[in-house]
Design a protein around this ligand. Sequence first.
Ligand SMILES: Nc1ncnc2c1ncn2[C@@H]1O[C@H](COP(=O)(O)OP(=O)(O)OP(=O)(O)O)[C@@H](O)[C@H]1O
Ligand SMILES: [Mg+2]
Length: 279
Amino acid sequence: MSPVVDVQQAVCIHRTADSEVVALRGADLAVEEGELVALVGPSGSGKSTLMALLAGLLRPSAGRIEVLGRDVGRATERELLVHRSQDIGMLMQGPERNLLPFASVLANVELAQLGARAPRRVRRRRAEELLEAVGLEGASRRVGTLSGGEQQRVALAAALSTGPKLLLADEPTSQLDHENAERIARLLRAARDRWGTTVIVVTHDSELGEAMDRRLTMRDGRIGTEARSGEQYAVIGRDGTVQLPADLADRFPPGGRALVIRRASHIELHPMRPTDDER
Ligand SMILES: Nc1ncnc2c1ncn2[C@@H]1O[C@H](COP(=O)(O)OP(=O)(O)OP(=O)(O)O)[C@@H](O)[C@H]1O
Ligand SMILES: [Mg+2]
């Protein structure tokens, strides 16, 4: 079975009038159906850029982005419309960007399902069910009058309302208290169990990260390390490069050298000091 997400050597350059920022530099990622994945890493490491590429909101400068068997980097605008309205659920960073402020809570979650062509009755029922699951009362309130955390929960209910094959959620719990963040983690797992939804969340919240099956760490535009089942792995890039865990930076400073020694059962890396004539 092919993976739900297959990203190969993605490069993304943000161009503005007077600058160019390389946000992704050869990112690789494969996610299988039904996996719950957390994307973590420092600010500016390219997490939101990667999510926008998966959603087809941005095109890669180079590399291949395949999502649900669709080459989203090269898809037509019409194909991307189907992609976003029927196949994926998306929660962008900053809850207010996902919602219509003058519409009610209930209307927002119903409207999110328009592209999925479900009958009105079904849309209403789903909306009510999900709003209950995210613990939000007062479905007739206008979204613009809600707190950031409440908006975040409405946005998640909207993103899940079509029963998407893939949910992309960028910082879904950043404005929530502990109890509500836990509720969200449970809801994500329930979506996977109920609809087989594959979930990718960007998060700084370590508890939400721990609740996912895999935690991928981005650094400098690449996915460098992965944690799962209590083990930590370095991800080997397609060009053979390995990013060492960030906490080894003091022993292996970037640009330095490591002595590689092959042993029968493993490979050793030894940090090397610059030789005298290089100093
Ligand atoms: N529209 C844009 N125009 C120019 N530069 C951008 C744009 N969007 C992102 N960048 C730059 O690309 C890099 C990666 O940004 P991105 O938003 O993907 O990071 P992030 O990991 O999501 O960070 P955060 O944790 O702060 O949300 C950053 O250096 C950022 O300044
Ligand atoms: Mg971001």
